[in-house]
Design a protein around this ligand. Sequence first.
Ligand code: RM4
Ligand code: MN
Ligand code: MN
Length: 427
Amino acid sequence: MRIDKNQLHSLNDKALPDHRESFEYISRRLNNKGLDAQKIIQKIQAFQIAIPSWALGTGGTRFGRFPGGGEPRSLEEKIDDVGILHALNAGSGAISLHIPWDIPENVDQIKAHAASHNLLFDAVNSNTFQDQAEQENSYKFGSLCHTDAKVRKLAVEHNLEVIRHGEALGSKSLTVWLADGSSFPGQMNFRKALQRTLDSLREIYAGMPEDWKMFIEYKPYEPYFYHTVIQDWGTSHLLASQLGERAFTLVDLGHHLPNTNIEQIVATLMMQGKLGGFHFNDSKFGDDDLTVGAMKPYQLFLIFNELVEGMEDKESNNPYPAWMIDASHNLKDPMEDLLQSIEAIQLAYAQALLVDRQALEHARESNDPVLAQEMLQEAFRTDLRPLIAEARMQAGAALNPIAAFRQLSIRESLIRERGRKSMATGL
Ligand code: RM4
Ligand code: MN
Ligand code: MN
């Protein structure tokens, strides 16, 4: 299914007078502060966030799953869904595949299909946290860290195969998230498990094409409850540093214990040139996979404040990070949730662009926390929603993506096309 752009534009036309009023107001306000709204709009338009192929269906918890209907039944249909999102918001121009949930069968056809929606293939993700049907050696007690060399070999080979799939599609990076760990004190030798993980990662790193990057995620707990081999950014950074120049840490917002200062982690990694990518979501307790910005929008803004500072720093050698949403949806329509997530990210980014870096630095140098807070909160409390809407409209997308999703009855059409009981592959 595809969005009819004429229908989209006529919806925009109806909303235009109201939008004009609010956009003109904010443009004037920004102008008075010496900011050019159009420049911010261009940055928003250039900022593209990948959608993971596993986020288009209803996720569940370990207690149950309540499918919503019209879920994509194939990789082609997942690409269609990301295409719909991109047509609505002009901000999600890439898809990130999880192998083996989404093995591209006919590569040329899949590539052409994605291109017809103006989509690129972002990082490919490996999966050694589940056993596949007929897999002889189990990942039950770990994968890259396993005590048995046969299991480690299987996991390494799987990652190499994921790289080959990614190469065929034009991806340039591999994201590795390991569930590996233990649930009981004494169960695993920490030192040996980490060493074996490093050795296995070396083999994968050696199998990456020259122009590829490896992103290593970390997470403090879950699925194991006592120890996780790559538990924090420090461990991920240690591995990335040992592996080499093309290995980086990936920050997944949900992979921190409550109250962790994630923005500080971002700054530290960027200082080292080792922040490779980002997985966006929000949470209250742990890896809750909630809509970005649903719980802690100020934290998201503070993170973007560091990201912008790092990206604008001419002396920084941090590469441009890869952006992806990583969430699973239990209650909301996944597509509406993704639209909300993208908007929350764009807003936090745009607000961070408002901060006068020189003035902020001055406040810091003169040890003036009051002024520093005033500056950050002034930016955070500026309502930039009309600016984001304008960025979308100028790019041919919807002024209001969620309203358009509903008014164009997209979910109803998808249910008609795919059925009420269709189920997407994923968690
Ligand atoms: C993990 C991690 C990975 C994602 C899986 C599905 O918690 O965030 O990025 O691939 O979930
Ligand atoms: Mn993740
Ligand atoms: Mn996660």
